[in-house]
Each structure stands twice: as C-alpha cells, then as structure tokens.
Design a protein around this ligand. Structure first.
Ligand SMILES: [Zn+2]
Length: 123
C-alpha cells in the first residue's frame, strides 16, 4: 500500500486480487493466489520479507528495535545475528519503516508475536 496509498491503490492492489481469489474459489474450490497466514504466523511471514531475516526471534528483535528511538536502536546488536550493531547492519532496512508506522504500532505487533508464542513453535 505504501507504493500507492489511495483508494484506487487499495482497490487495485488488495480488493481486486482478493475478490478474484474468492470468486475463483467459489467456482473451482481452490485458491489460485493462495491464502496468507493469519495472526502471529502471518506477521512473522510478512516481517521476514520486510526485514530480510529468518525466524520469529529475529523478527521480534527487529520489532523491539523499531519500538525504540532510532539513535538508541542503532547502538544495539542487530537481531539478524551478524554480530554488528544495527547502525552498521540492517538500519538501511529498518529506518525507512519508521516513516510508515509509529513506535507504538511496532511495539503492538511485538506484543502480538509474544502473546501468541505457542502458535509459533514451528518456527
Ligand atoms: Zn543485521
């Protein structure tokens, strides 16, 4: 949605593919586009792509750093496991995200991940 945050963007990027997927399912009983995961597994799946990391631990670590002020977060170890500080590693991935959501929203997603930890045992 960040590429086209308009009503037309919503319709073209999300609504039309969703309606196509559902109407195809009604006729053929298979989802041609597939279905995204929901809840904590869906968040991890999305955040793995966004953060360019693997696993719930790395995703939770990235969300935790996004919940902090940038200057403070950049001094912390990067959750990707590189051994470098965030400011010398994934900061180029995380910092643009700070313009798209507030620190409290990232902390909210972190709480969802942590509260549904039992559902993430497969990670
Ligand atoms: Zn990193």
């Amino acid at each position: 949605m960040s590429q086209d945050p308009t009503l037309c963007g919503f319709v073209n990027l999300l609504l039309i593919p969703y309606l196509y997927n559902r109407s195809y399912f009604e006729k053929h009983e298979i989802l041609p586009i597939g279905e995204l995961e929901h809840g904590a597994p869906g968040l991890v799946s999305d955040y793995e792509k966004i953060f360019k990391v693997k696993g719930v631990t790395a995703c939770a670590g990235m969300l935790k750093l996004l919940g902090l002020h940038k200057r403070l977060a950049n001094k912390r170890p990067c959750p990707c496991g590189s051994g470098r500080r965030l400011g010398r590693c994934h900061n180029f991935v995380l910092n643009p995200l700070r313009r798209m959501a507030s620190r409290s929203e990232f902390r909210h997603h972190l709480r969802i991940l942590l509260s549904q930890g039992g559902a993430l045992n497969r990670w």
